[in-house]
Design a protein around this ligand. Structure first.
Ligand code: ADP
Ligand code: GLC
Length: 490
């Protein structure tokens, strides 16, 4: 329709605040809001309806619109599901309701046994096919399907395979965003039948990867444009060290101009120390005493009856996985504690890291505070209360917590990689180290501790510098809009 706005459908398995495991949720949620604010496209969102989503559906901001039930074929069976159209803060959200697949205690894996669900391929194939069919049932023409991460890699693939001949999707383009190349969605070829497509797609230029099905590769090979979440990461993934076996095709796509790095931003409605709903006090760069007072309150709440304001509070909010630098951090915890610091860690993940952290917390209690759980309110409190935030990642496609930390005047100590390298300025807004070794990490955290203890004027200046940085979504959202525009003109 000439004159009407292009319709962009964001598809993802996490969308904040409806369902979240990590940064993917923050990004898709914030991007939808920013597109809505900019008003240049019509934006809609589709995600599975998990238990977690149900809680949000009680919110006053949700208006239910329509529910349609129908079946789609998955492998040899036909399965019923429902598409639910709700409006959340003026954004159209389409929930795929299929309790057998999505009403489980975890999103990707069983939280009790910490193993991926065995039927993840089937779950994602169902979600994807169901969304395509739902668009037809609802007669909803979308111009761009913007799919995120391996879980949604089948969207570009089905668009170019199953739905190629379907007139309804004749003009639909796809964009695929890689948030993390180390998660690829690799499945046994024995499950190929579930996909319901010809074997001709099981090739090196399709979704075959060393004899397996690879959904991230499907997204890369079949989308019209690929984006990754920072400029440095876009370069890093062309190297074997970061490419996880896909560096070859990434290099090819980059050479063809089909990969762009677009840095993530911050949703300052969610992450703002002046208004943060999770904090009992609020502050700005002009009222940093409030931040200091909150640190004392936080430490007292954690059982430290007379906290010493001269001791820095080091925070960490992270999935506890290899990517996040836990191995080098765990080695140096004793040396850090000896320097007279408080350390608070919030996270969950790999059993080995949880066990080692629990041991350390027992040993250094109460100065080492540990919360092995997922708790959004606590993540905000840690980022506000801490003096510095540790992000020693082995690799980091973008990273959000260092951006949140800066907004709260909490100086990030980061490794020079991916989006961490692109966002933190050493000595200005935080501390940056490079070699991935316990020594280099210890050296940099010690430097930060020394600055905090011996040079409060410098510290406060850096806090103010960090709080002045602007990582709002506007600029990055415009870059995505340019991509959509370009694709739609082709
Ligand atoms: P990643 O997506 O790799 O986990 P990011 O830094 O991009 O890393 O985003 C992580 C997001 O998840 C941030 O919003 C962070 O606050 C949040 N987060 C991580 N672990 C927890 C936790 N245990 N509880 C609450 N929020 C968490
Ligand atoms: C991924 C990355 C993280 C990034 C997030 C959102 O999970 O690990 O660096 O910030 O996605 O894009």
């Amino acid at each position: 329709m000439p004159g009407s706005k292009p319709h962009v459908l964001l598809v993802a398995t996490e969308v904040s605040p409806l369902a979240k495991v990590g940064g993917l949720a923050d990004v898709v949620g914030a991007l939808a809001k920013e597109f809505q604010r900019l008003g240049k496209v019509k934006v809609s969102v589709a995600l599975p309806r998990y238990h977690e989503v149900d809680k949000c559906l009680m919110s006053e901001h949700i208006t239910p619109r329509r529910r349609e039930e129908f079946a789609v074929a998955i492998g040899t069976q036909s399965l019923m599901g429902a598409i639910e159209h709700v409006v959340y803060h003026d954004i159209d959200v389409y929930l795929v309701d299929q309790p057998h697949y999505f009403k489980r205690n975890g999103i990707y894996f069983d939280e009790t046994y910490k193993i991926d669900y065995a039927d993840n391929l089937e779950r994602m194939a169902f979600f994807t096919r169901f969304v395509f069919e739902a668009l037809k049932v609802l007669d909803l023409k979308v111009d761009v399907i913007h799919a995120h991460d391996w879980q949604c890699g089948l969207f570009p693939f089905y668009l170019k395979s199953l739905y190629k001949m379907d007139g309804f999707f004749k003009n639909t383009k796809s964009v695929f965003t890689i948030h993390n190349l180390s998660y690829q969605g690799i499945f046994s070829v024995e499950q190929y039948g579930i996909l319901g497509v010809d074997w001709k797609y099981f090739t090196i230029n399709g979704l075959e990867f060393y004899g397996h099905i690879n959904l991230l590769k499907a997204g890369i090979n079949f989308s019209d444009m690929i984006t990754v979440v920072s400029e440095t990461y876009a370069k890093e993934i062309q190297l074997p060290e970061f490419g996880n076996g896909l560096e070859g095709i990434i290099r090819e796509k980059a050479a063809a101009g089909q990969i762009v790095g677009i840095m993530n931003g911050v949703d300052y409605e969610e992450w703002n120390p002046e208004t943060d709903e999770y904090l009992p006090v609020h502050y700005t760069a002009k009222s940093l005493d409030q931040k200091k007072a909150f640190k004392m309150t936080y430490l007292k709440d954690k059982g430290i009856s007379q906290p010493d304001p001269g001791r820095p509070l080091l925070g960490m909010v992270s999935r506890l996985v290899d990517q996040k630098g836990l191995d080098i951090l765990l080695e140096i915890v004793p040396q850090l504690m000896e320097q007279g610091v408080y350390l608070t860690v919030l996270g969950q993940g790999k059993e080995e890291y949880e066990v080692r952290l629990r041991d350390l917390a027992r040993h250094y209690a109460p100065a080492l505070i540990l919360s092995i759980t997922f708790d959004v309110a606590e993540s905000h409190r840690i980022i506000a209360a801490s003096d510095m935030l540790l992000v020693p990642s082995r690799f980091e496609p973008a990273g959000l917590t260092q951006l949140y930390a800066m907004a709260y005047g909490t100086l990030p100590v980061v490794r020079k990689t991916g989006g961490l390298a692109d966002s933190v300025k050493h000595g200005v807004t935080g501390f940056v180290f490079e070699p991935y070794t316990p020594e280099a990490l210890l050296g940099m955290v010690s430097q930060a501790i020394a600055t905090y203890k011996q040079n409060p004027t410098q510290w406060e200046k850096m806090m103010k510098n960090a709080m002045k940085e602007d990582f709002s979504w506007k600029q990055s959202a415009h870059k995505y809009l340019e991509i959509y525009k370009h694709l739609l003109q082709e």
